[in-house]
Design a protein around this ligand. Structure first.
Ligand code: ATP
Length: 272
């Protein structure tokens, strides 16, 4: 990937309303290629609205600039074709279809690239989530919560996003499964994918992120390198007070990529 200081995504004075209620107020945020940026904040702060606005699913004022291009009039489906992808909770899977069929649906926007390419993408997803490979033929509705979360992530990866936006990927998952999901986020960054992560589990989010924003009542209250935010007394008291009880994620972040996953990387996706 080409070295660049240009952000992959930038929002400028992004505001959104539900009727007369302002849910986002002049939000300015940047995500650089191959980085993890997290947005934390209390319930109702506007985090999901922010992701929906970036994806083009909400009417906004201000601008969303992605890959140097103003996305203003570009509808959500076309934003997906540009490599922008939003993953919400794992409930919108096709329950009566197999894991493999759900994954293949993720390739739909790239179907012209052919079956060979699709098989290569499937192999890449199975390398990242071996559990999905083991359950390839299982129906999606019979998966556990954590496996479903892996499947929605895997399906998103089939479209080969450049920017993956994740809305609460740890919601309702046991600590060990949260670790697995966050490990996959770290792995994706190594492969060059940029990630915008909205999380209630602020502690885990700040551990894997490079940079963080704290959103309160629709506005960016504070921002900074993730390590700095994690050491900020006010943030610790407001968002990190109750220990999650989970094992620290740091060893997982510093660990080298697995040989399997390295083998699956495409040259153009390598982190700079
Ligand atoms: P949570 O962490 O609880 O999911 P959030 O930070 O993601 O919250 P949003 O879901 O973006 O917050 O909501 C921001 C504000 O907008 C809230 O006050 C919410 O009640 C309001 N809101 C969200 N969706 C709608 C809607 N469809 N109609 C009206 N108000 C809405």
């Amino acid at each position: 990937m080409r070295e660049t200081n240009e952000p992959l995504l930038r929002t400028r004075a992004l505001s959104a309303y539900y009727g007369k209620v302002q849910a986002l107020a002049q939000v300015e945020l940047e995500v650089h290629p191959a980085s993890v940026v997290t947005v934390i904040g209390p319930n109702g702060a506007g985090k999901s609205t922010l992701l929906n606005a970036i994806m083009g699913l909400r009417r906004t004022t201000g601008a969303v600039v992605y890959g140097g291009k103003d996305m203003g009039r570009i509808p959500a489906e076309q934003r997906l074709a540009h490599g922008l992808c939003l993953v919400t909770e794992g409930r919108d899977l096709f329950g009566t279809m197999s894991v493999r069929d759900n994954l293949e649906l993720g390739f739909y926007s790239r179907r012209r690239e052919g079956r060979e390419r699709m098989r290569a993408e499937l192999a890449r997803v199975f390398a990242l989530f071996p559990r999905l490979g083991e359950r390839e033929r299982q129906l999606a509705h019979t998966l556990s919560g954590g496996e479903r979360q892996m499947l929605v992530l895997g399906r998103a990866l089939m479209a080969r996003p450049r920017l993956l936006m994740l809305d609460e990927p740890s919601l309702g998952l046991a600590p060990l499964v949260v670790r697995e999901v966050f490990a996959s986020i770290v792995q994706l960054r190594r492969e060059g994918v940029a990630i915008l992560l909205v999380e209630q589990n602020a502690r885990a989010a700040l551990e894997v992120a490079d940079y963080g924003y704290v959103l309160e009542m629709g506005a960016v209250r504070t921002q900074g390198p993730a390590g700095q935010l994690a050491g900020d007394r006010r943030i610790v008291e407001s968002y990190l007070g109750a220990g999650s009880g989970a094992a620290p994620l740091r060893p997982l972040i510093d660990a080298p990529a697995t040989p399997d996953a390295r083998g699956m990387q495409q040259p153009e996706l390598r982190a700079a």
